[in-house]
Each structure stands twice: as C-alpha cells, then as structure tokens.
Write a protein that binds this ligand. Sequence first.
Ligand code: SF4
Length: 188
Amino acid sequence: MKNKLLIHACCAPCMVAVYDDTINNMDEINIDSFDTIWYNTNIHPKVEYEKRKDTYISYISKMGKKPIVLDEYDMNKFIYDVVNIDKTEFKLRCEYCYTSRLEKVFEYAKENGYTHVTTTLLISPYQKHDLIKKVCSKLANKYNVEFMYRDYRPLFREGQNKARELGLYRQKYCGCIYSIDEGRWQGI
Ligand code: SF4
C-alpha cells in the first residue's frame, strides 16, 4: 500500500519549512505522496481569516500542488463552544481548538485514502507542542490513520526567514479572538 500524507496547514509561513522537510525526506519518513489541507475555522477577524487562507492557497499553488481548502468559518460557534466547554474532556481552550480543527483533518484523511496525517502546528515554538501531540495521537487511534509526528521546531526560524523572502503574509498572533489579547508573538 502507498503511504499518503495529509499535512494540515495552520498558515502558509509555518508550511514553508514543513513542505521543504517533507519533499527532502520522503524516503526517510516513508511517504510516497502528500497533500496539504486548510481547516482553521476560528481565525479572527474574518478579513484575517481570508488573508491567511489566500496566502496558503497562493503558496501551495506556486509549489505546483492543488491546495485542499475546507472553507468553513464559524467564529460564533467557536466562542459558544469555548464558553460551554466540557472541562472534563478539555482542560484548556487550546485543547478544544486543536481537537476541533484536527478532527476534521483526520476525518478527511480517512474518507479520502490518506494513510498519515501531520500538522504545521508542530513547527511553532508558540504552540502547545505536547498538547498537539496528545490530540493527534488520540485522533489517530479514533480514525485509524497514522499520526506522522516530527518535531519541526528547529526549522521554525529558517522557515520564517524563507517566508519573509517569499513575501508571504506573516501574522503576529495565533488566530482566535482570545489570542489577540494574549500578547503579540515576538520576533516573527
Ligand atoms: S490561542 Fe491559538 S490554539 Fe489556542 S484557542 Fe486560540 S487559535 Fe486555538
């Protein structure tokens, strides 16, 4: 059976180094082909969502691939869910956020014959890395699709520099309405 990887893109700048790493290490990671997918429903405000989505589409298209886009935007649902979050299931808002986004990606992978899933969220030192790993491992079991874990963080700076050179739009906060007030990322 061929190994097909689906890479969840949180944004284009984080995709740059993950994309290069995947292309350059196909043998090592034992992947025959890969695609990328956009699914980030809670980026605030909507114009910011569109900007990040369009940057992703343009970057992946330039790389010669067809970008997969699940174009769902639902900030209201996200806020409602966060307020009413089941604290026994999700200890943190970000855990709910990762789960809701990545569950859709695993579901898509299962339905479309992908054998492996990973996410560009694993490259950012600003993200909750271990929590992402935990969420992906859980979803991998649920959907019987392998989670391809790689610690991309050492590639973060290099990827951001390349994104800057390519003139890609680079955001200064994680995405949701809460993250705007939680402090701007430094040195991006
Ligand atoms: S800070 Fe980022 S990971 Fe956490 S809930 Fe907001 S968008 Fe999701």
